[in-house]
Design a protein around this ligand. Structure first.
Ligand code: FE2
Length: 247
């Protein structure tokens, strides 16, 4: 009835993210550089729920020399968070996969046919080092796909070594990677070159997915900011992202 109060000259106030499913976050307590404890994890979940997220796939890092997470460590943290959400009566579906660094540890698991944690049937989230591009990426993509998985490349816009040649994003897709842009990249949170690359990927319809990559309260505050929500709406409003379809 008082909808007009929510409207400003330049359009309605936006309160939700442009997707209701998030396939990239670090909200599981205590197992990577995301939420350090269950209280923080629960606050992050409450925050994304209030932004309209109803399904979320937590994707803790699996990195050889930092976070050697396994299905056991990840599923234990998942159960802890699911139980806390049930007690807090937050009606959100939380599952877990992982964000696999494309390092030797990952390749060893792949070559030993150790089952990887998938976002749905066969989709895995992967990332590279920010320091330098991955050697033999084409070959690694081939091995992933041959093993029966479909890889997502997390936040391709954040790799500075691609900023000199945006054609690389198309090449990543040709290798078989789905591309997942971080929402906060679009706001300039990670810097101007990252924002520019993210906008290029979106504008050229190269993005398959968007995600929060939520690690902590600062990320949540930035996602909640009215200017951020306006940017997401303006840049993504006319594009379709299948965050829902792949779950
Ligand atoms: Fe991440």
């Amino acid at each position: 009835m008082f909808d007009f109060l929510k409207r400003k000259k330049n359009g309605p106030v936006i309160t939700n993210l442009p997707v209701t499913t998030d396939i990239h976050s670090h909200i599981l307590p205590g197992i990577d550089d995301g939420a350090p404890d269950i209280e923080t994890a629960l606050n992050l979940v409450k925050g994304i729920y209030d932004l309209g997220i109803r399904k979320t796939v937590a994707t803790p890092h699996v990195i050889s020399d930092l976070y050697r997470n396994t299905p056991a460590t990840i599923n234990a943290a998942l159960k802890q968070l699911q139980d806390a959400c049930a007690v807090a009566k937050i009606d959100i579906s939380i599952s877990a996969a992982a964000e696999y660094m494309l390092d030797d540890f990952f390749l060893q698991q792949l070559r030993d046919s150790i089952p990887l944690l998938t976002i749905n049937k066969n989709i895995i989230l992967t990332e590279q080092s920010y320091a330098s591009s991955t050697d033999n990426l084409h070959q690694i993509a081939f091995e992933i796909i041959t093993a029966g998985y479909r890889p997502i490349m997390a936040h391709p816009e954040r790799y500075h070594f691609y900023h000199q040649n945006y054609d690389t994003y198309k090449r990543l897709k040709d290798m078989g990677f789905l591309l997942q842009v971080n929402l906060l990249s679009l706001t300039g949170y990670y810097g101007k070159p990252v924002a520019k690359a993210a906008k290029y990927i979106i504008a050229n319809d190269l993005a398959d997915l968007v995600g929060t990559d939520l690690h902590h309260e600062r990320h949540l505050e930035m996602l909640q900011h009215k200017n951020s929500l306006r940017i997401f709406n303006d840049l993504l409003g006319s594009h379709k992202y299948n965050n829902l379809d792949i779950i």
